[in-house]
Design a protein around this ligand. Structure first.
Ligand SMILES: Cc1cc2nc3c(=O)[nH]c(=O)nc-3n(C[C@H](O)[C@H](O)[C@H](O)COP(=O)(O)OP(=O)(O)OC[C@H]3O[C@@H](n4cnc5c(N)ncnc54)[C@H](O)[C@@H]3O)c2cc1C
Length: 419
């Protein structure tokens, strides 16, 4: 029988030997550095004394900071499948930290795909691919007015984006107030600011993603919020007050292309969120297995009660099926041609939204089942399940939540016009 960690099916023919080694190194770092500290991490939500060290372990020692960048700059140019497998390992350990590490890279995707922006790649890749200094990105999407409206690219086409960018000579002047972005609260070095060049207008050409270094005059950050969990991810307010950056800092120079890049960015985010959920579910499987292998109830070990075995089967079944669809979507992203999809198109948006919403909903159900089986021990810090319970719920809520996910699905599959 395979070991617990490798027990769930994967499309092995899509995973190279090199990828397997990368994932194995990630697993080793997570098990050595994160697992032993897990019970101390939540108290560190504000100061990030431990988290800062752990983020460095992942971004620098493991080299995660290089993951998305082209090989010619020293990057790893990881494919989506390998990237997701690493995210699974990180989330087995701590999903807040995994979120910080993932979003630290995710913010750069709009300059890497679908149309690589050579000017900005040359500008940022050499800094990101250094291995002695953190270089963390932050995708500043959610406006004070709301998050879903910015992410509802195909329903509102930027109409309700509140953060503005005005071209003044060779510079963009940015004004706005963002909330919640991962790696705000003083962590990020560079913001990808989702904004509009024409407020109140429904037009993809006005949809802009502009890169702003965190130390630019006029960028002001508030302290991190205290949340139910996800302590490894700092989230706070960011104000942009007459912030000036060079014109070249727009992700895509041609108006309209930023909206396309934003859709691909959402698609990658959906698949990544599912991989995160899978990592959490796999760790719940490990924890609950260990518990039910030993705990004796009514004179026999817990897993030998048929009512327990039925729940354990549900847990394994959920992971098995969710993993299959997630790596199917990751494969489609990496190799779209045979599937006839455009990785930045509305069809793929609907399909990745469906995957993310389904997988994250299943995760929420699975964690509850795991906690039920573990009783009070599951509810206690020492049981580790309660951390996943608190950390995980947001994964189904971010990126426009359940509502926007359903709208994007219905719009594609049923031609609904609703927005
Ligand atoms: C840990 C964490 C990490 C985060 N990371 C980031 C990040 O990296 N970058 C970033 O910018 N933000 C981030 N966020 C914010 C998050 O993405 C937003 O909170 C989320 O997108 C929803 O936006 P909102 O809270 O403003 O809710 P709203 O947009 O106000 O939505 C409220 C409700 O309406 C539903 N809804 C959405 N659209 C429609 C519609 N058209 N019609 C009807 N109902 C609709 C939603 O599903 C939701 O249920 C993060 C938040 C947390 C807690």
């Amino acid at each position: 029988m395979k070991k617990n960690k490798d027990i769930f099916s994967l499309p092995s023919e899509w995973i190279s030997e090199e990828s397997k080694q990368i994932v194995q190194s990630c697993r080793e770092i997570v098990e050595k550095e994160i697992f032993p500290l897990r019970l101390e991490l939540d108290e560190d939500w504000k100061d990030h004394k431990i988290y800062e060290k752990l983020l460095s372990k992942l971004m620098l020692d493991f080299g995660w900071q290089c993951a998305p960048w082209p090989k010619e700059y020293g990057g790893f140019e990881l494919d989506t499948i390998t990237y997701c497998l690493c995210l699974e390992e990180m989330d087995r350990g701590d999903s807040g930290l995994a979120t910080a590490a993932d979003c630290g890279n995710w913010a750069f995707l709009p300059i890497l795909a679908p149309k690589p922006n050579e000017v900005l790649i040359k500008k940022f890749a050499p800094i990101a691919c250094q291995t002695d200094k953190l270089f963390v990105g932050c995708a500043a999407i959610t406006d004070e007015r709301g998050g879903s409206d910015v992410e509802n690219i195909d329903g509102t086409h930027g109409k309700y984006i509140a953060t503005t960018a005005v071209l003044d000579g060779d510079e963009w002047v940015i004004n706005g107030h963002k909330l919640w972005p991962t790696n705000s609260g003083g962590v990020a070095d560079l913001f990808a600011v989702f904004c509009t060049t024409n407020p109140g207008v429904e037009d993809d050409e006005s949809f802009a993603i502009i890169y702003v270094p965190a130390d630019t005059p006029g960028v002001i950050q508030g302290p991190p919020y205290q949340k139910a969990g996800m302590s490894g991810d700092k989230n706070g307010d960011v104000w942009f007050e007459n912030v000036r950056v060079p014109k070249e800092n727009r992700a895509n120079p041609k108006p309209g292309d930023d909206a396309i890049a934003a859709r691909l960015f959402m698609n990658a985010g959906n698949i990544g969120a599912s991989a995160q959920a899978l990592g959490i579910m796999r760790n719940c499987y490990e924890l609950v297995k260990e518990w039910c292998d030993k705990r004796v109830v009514g004179g026999k070990i817990l897993k030998e009660h048929s009512m327990t075995a039925a729940v354990l089967a549900d847990i394994a079944m959920t992971i098995e099926v969710c993993r299959s669809d997630t790596y199917m979507k990751a494969r489609m992203m990496d190799n779209p041609e045979p599937y006839g999809i455009d990785p930045s198109g509305v069809e793929f948006l609907a399909k990745t939204r469906a995957n993310k919403l389904f997988v994250t909903d299943q995760m929420t159900i699975l964690i509850n089942k795991a906690m039920d089986l573990m009783g009070s021990h599951g509810y206690a810090r020492e049981g580790h399940i309660e951390k996943h319970w608190r950390d995980s719920k947001i994964i189904s809520l971010w990126m426009g939540g359940r509502g926007l996910a359903k709208l994007d699905i219905a719009r594609y599959f049923y031609d609904c016009k609703t927005f």
